[in-house]
Design a protein around this ligand. Structure first.
Ligand SMILES: [Ca+2]
Ligand SMILES: [Ca+2]
Ligand SMILES: [Ca+2]
Length: 249
């Protein structure tokens, strides 16, 4: 009789243990298989490997990817997709990934703009004019991650006006105090545009309340903008990543 009672008690406990294990497994296995939807489960926070390489998940598969930014001006961005074993795939140029034409230049800024644990992309594609007048960008977009590996597209792409006052030459992130209200922890955008007639302008786009890059603001540009010439260009902050991310341990 005692033995039977024991078995009756043990059985539900064992079933509960199995259920708990399954729930824990399911909670950890939330990464999407096609990289096209938000995982909801953030991987490790992005971190810096040296000055010009950011390690973080860009496609939402939970494995860290390697984003290169040689020169820290957004003109030589590269992506190496991370594998499950911690290794990285071949280095791919931003121009190829976003489908820029032979005569076009893709400029990019990668950061976790809304701090949800997945990296996001700001990209501008323009065919440089080479003349006195600036060209109009073919595309200026904010692409919240996760991004598709094939073409860095996002399911939530938004148009940006970063080409509003000229041709984007360099692009990056920076931390600016908000001109009105409190400073926030969302990366801001900074760029140097060719405005025409030999004038280069540094312009900024401050983050909005949800982290999305905002629109052009005269007030912000009066405070943080600058201008110069190709011979004496306005300075471009190059410590944006350092302002937001710690070195990888
Ligand atoms: Ca990844
Ligand atoms: Ca993000
Ligand atoms: Ca900000």
């Amino acid at each position: 009789m005692l033995r039977t009672r024991t078995r009756l008690i043990v059985a539900p406990v064992a079933a509960a243990a199995v259920a708990l294990t399954l729930a824990a497994y399911q909670a950890g296995a939330t990464e999407p298989t096609d990289g096209s939807s938000h995982s909801g489960a953030a991987g490790a926070a992005p971190c810096l490997s040296g000055l010009d390489v950011l390690i973080g998940d860009l496609d939402g598969d939970s494995y860290p990817d390697r984003i290169g930014n040689r020169g820290l001006d957004g003109t030589k961005t590269t992506v190496e997709w991370g594998n499950a074993d911690g290794s990285f795939g071949d280095k791919q140029e931003i121009n190829d990934l976003v489908g820029a034409g032979n005569d076009e230049t893709a400029t990019a800024a990668v950061a976790d703009f809304q701090n949800d644990g997945v990296l996001d992309l700001v990209v501008n594609i323009v065919e440089p004019s080479g003349g006195d007048d600036p060209s109009t960008a073919r595309l200026s977009e904010y692409r919240p991650g996760p991004l598709k590996r094939a073409d860095l597209s996002s399911g939530e792409t938004q148009k940006l006006d970063i080409d509003k006052h000229g041709e984007v030459r360099t692009l990056g992130i920076a931390r600016y105090d908000e001109p009105v209200g409190n400073p926030d922890d969302f990366p801001d955008l900074v760029m140097v545009n060719y405005a025409g007639d030999g004038v280069l302008e540094r312009s900024v786009r401050l983050s909005q309340a949800d982290g999305t890059p905002g629109a052009f603001s005269r007030e912000a540009d009066d405070k943080y903008g600058d201008w110069g010439t190709p011979a004496e260009p306005p300075s471009m902050p190059n410590d944006g990543w350092k302002q937001f991310y710690e070195p990888c341990s």
